[in-house]
Design a protein around this ligand. Structure first.
Ligand code: TXA
Ligand code: MG
Length: 337
């Protein structure tokens, strides 16, 4: 049973997990953003197991996780350019936390980790269990989100065990992820840092810290390996058709069983007051409409709606302020085109 792979975090299970990583096995790990599917980033065979298990294209590089900024710095070169050094000093102030930094690679990670690129994505996660594991293991840990490629990211241990129970040695249960959306990715450059993916750290926070940040557009296809293959438009999709509420016409779908995801209790009561048929399934992500809470509960709700017997998921939208940008980025990439 996949569930039997879930272990609670104890000194012993952390040691077991580090030993499993050392022997080239995969481990499901909690972070503050989403759960990761982890392998020893210096072991090419182990890293290839991640790509095989996820069904991930080999041109899509992985993030290397470290216990501290100092540990991460040993694997990248931030000295060759003044601006890159300056940006690194600023970026590391967000650690531990939901920020990933792309910088020139110097250490020898397994080539599959960064898909043969000249850069490496590094992150220091803010989760005590993952921190303990990283300290115990003492080497970089490569970990993408622990979902099958193109499916919704996992925010609890059950999501990971259900998808990868046969592929990994254990999943450490660190509870529900606090952020619920993946890390923000920033690439350091000799000029202005570039935002590659919105996430748990907002653009407003980055603008305040860096002064200026370039926001790259979303790529429309999978063809180009960089700047970030994860920017592909189609991503995160549930199997069930998903539409945003602003492009949903209730009158043309009378017979359709609809799963409705509300961001606040207010939008729920507005919908029930409009006189249309009740939804077959519904969930409110935050009573008060707090966007941090919406982000935290978003992926689990999309997964649960996907597993209901509904034929259509209709989801709220929000402004692009703060974490709202990451929320809408994920939803826009999950909607059925
Ligand atoms: O919150 C997170 O970042 C989670 C947790 C587990 O840390 N991880 C995560 O990994 O979201 P993943 O593999 O699902 O997304 C990583 C993204 C991908 O879109 C990938 O293309 C991009 O990071 N990436 C990785 N290395 C890169 C590099 N060297 N240059 C540009 N983009 C890179
Ligand atoms: Mg992912």
């Amino acid at each position: 049973m996949a569930d039997s792979k879930i272990v609670l975090p104890t000194d012993e299970s952390i040691r077991d997990a580090a030993a499993a990583l050392s022997s080239g096995e995969l481990v499901g790990v909690p972070t503050e953003t989403v759960y990761g599917l982890a392998a020893d980033a210096t072991n090419q065979d182990a890293v290839l197991k991640i790509f095989a298990a996820k069904g991930r294209p080999s041109n899509n590089p992985l993030i290397a996780h470290f216990a501290s900024a100092q540990d991460a710095e040993a694997w990248i070169d931030v000295e060759s350019d003044f601006n890159v050094r300056r940006q690194w000093n600023i970026a590391t102030q967000f650690w531990p936390g939901p920020l990933t930094v792309v910088a020139p690679l110097t250490g020898s990670v397994a080539p599959a980790v960064n898909a043969g690129a000249t850069t490496l994505a590094v992150r220091v996660p803010d989760h005590s269990v993952m921190q303990s594991l990283l300290r115990e293991f003492g080497k970089p840990v490569a970990a993408p989100s622990a979902n099958r490629s193109n499916y919704v990211s996992p925010t609890c241990a059950d999501h990971v065990a259900a998808a990868f129970g046969d592929d990994l040695s254990m999943v450490i249960d660190g509870g529900e992820c606090r952020c619920g959306v993946e890390s923000t990715i920033v690439r350091l450059t000799p000029t202005v840092p570039q935002l590659l993916r919105p996430g748990g750290i907002s653009i407003e926070q980055l603008q305040e810290a860096f002064g200026e940040i370039r926001i790259l557009g979303i790529k429309s296809d999978a063809a180009s390996p960089l700047p970030s293959p994860g920017l592909m438009r189609k991503h995160y999709s549930p199997h069930t058709k998903l539409v945003k509420v602003d492009s949903f016409d209730p009158s043309v779908n009378q017979q359709t069983r609809i799963a409705r995801i509300f961001f606040s209790a207010a939008s729920d009561s507005a919908a029930s007051a409009d006189g249309s048929a009740p939804f077959a399934w519904s969930r409110v992500l935050s009573d008060s409409g707090d966007l941090d809470e919406v982000a935290k509960n978003l992926f689990a709700a999309i997964r649960d709606a996907d597993q209901s017997d509904c034929e259509l998921i209709v989801i709220d939208v929000c402004p692009l302020d703060g974490v709202g940008r990451a929320i809408m980025d994920r939803i826009n990439r999950a909607v059925t085109q």
